[in-house]
Design a protein around this ligand. Structure first.
Ligand code: ATR
Length: 295
């Protein structure tokens, strides 16, 4: 694209930002939709987030994504907070408004849209969630808000799952989340569950690990969804597929968190065919073009 005097700027703040795929998402969308917009990564050093946000506002930067380690810290630098982001306690998208930025969490809406795009509902479902860290807590909250009937939250450290469950159940005023020790998975009633892998286990370089490896557990999985997308197929996904069930990685979640941010910045709706084109670009970028195993 040609940059001119009217080109609008969006970007990413975090530390580090060198390996981000967000520019692929946003610059591809801008190109396809004919928007005069560029998206660039901005590495921000420790303790400089508020300066970065104020500076971006002064420069008229239309929108920012926020990544590790600033998703909580940035909340103190905003003019306004979307209620979902406030309740989750993490912001990954800033939209410039008059007088400052408004913060959103499109990670969780992104997960929701990714599940929808695969035809996997949350409402009325009983769900197994592995993990109780920052990411899994947000997933538990999303599931509760979107009407899951139960979420069995399994974690290595029970106290962390108990705290997360109390927080989510308290906020939603329903006892949706049931905290459990991960080793007690046999106590989950027989059934077929949407199972979301929200721990950091399975991430490269520990690609050959999963928090549960027992086939008896995987017979309870109707659909597996891993938040990780590197490696492309995690050990968790392999174990789900070994039972003949579909398993998805986190790339569509990454895709849709970006698409929702782009929609907020530009006031547009991104059509399915554009989303699909961006998804193909992301797959090319990580060397995984071709057909999906579930296709
Ligand atoms: P994130 O922000 O990515 O969620 P986190 O808050 O550090 O990262 O959470 C990591 C999650 O992975 C936690 O659920 C953690 O379990 P604990 O709460 O018991 O620490 C889980 N996890 C990490 N390494 C693990 C391992 N080797 N075995 C089991 N669970 C593990």
């Amino acid at each position: 694209m040609e940059i001119n005097g009217k080109t609008r700027v969006c970007g990413l703040i975090g530390n580090p930002v060198e390996h981000t795929m967000s520019p692929v998402i946003h610059n591809t969308l801008a190109g396809r939709l004919g928007h005069d917009l560029v998206y660039v990564p901005f590495p921000v050093g420790p303790g400089r987030v508020s300066e970065a946000v104020a500076g971006a506002d002064a420069l008229g930067v239309l929108g920012l994504n926020v990544t590790v380690p600033y998703k909580s810290e940035v909340m103190d630098c905003l003019k306004e907070l979307d209620p979902l982001a406030r309740d989750i306690g993490a912001v990954n998208t800033l939209v410039r408004t008059k007088g400052g930025y408004k913060g959103y969490n499109t990670d969780m809406e992104g997960l929701y849209r990714a599940l929808l795009s695969e035809g996997v509902p949350i409402e009325g479902q009983e769900i197994i969630l592995l993990g109780a860290g920052g990411a899994a807590r947000a997933v538990a909250y999303l599931c509760a808000v979107k009407g899951a009937s139960k979420v069995y939250m399994l974690n290595r450290t029970l106290s962390r799952a108990e705290e997360a469950a109390a927080e989510v159940n308290g906020r939603t005023d329903r006892q949706t989340v049931i905290p459990m020790l991960i080793d007690d998975y046999a106590a989950i009633p027989d059934g077929e569950y949407l199972t979301i892998q929200g721990t950091s286990v399975g991430l490269a370089p520990h690609a050959d690990e999963a928090v549960i490896t027992d086939d008896a557990f995987y017979r309870k999985v109707r659909t597996g969804f891993d938040l990780i997308y590197s490696p492309w197929e995690t050990k968790f996904m392999r174990l789900v597929r070994a039972q003949g069930r579909p398993a998805y990685n986190g790339l569509k979640m990454l895709l849709y968190q970006g698409i929702i941010a782009y929609e907020l910045w530009n006031g547009v709706h991104v059509a399915d065919e554009d989303a699909q084109a961006v998804y193909e670009k992301l797959r090319e970028h990580i060397g995984q073009s071709g057909t999906d195993r579930n296709d």
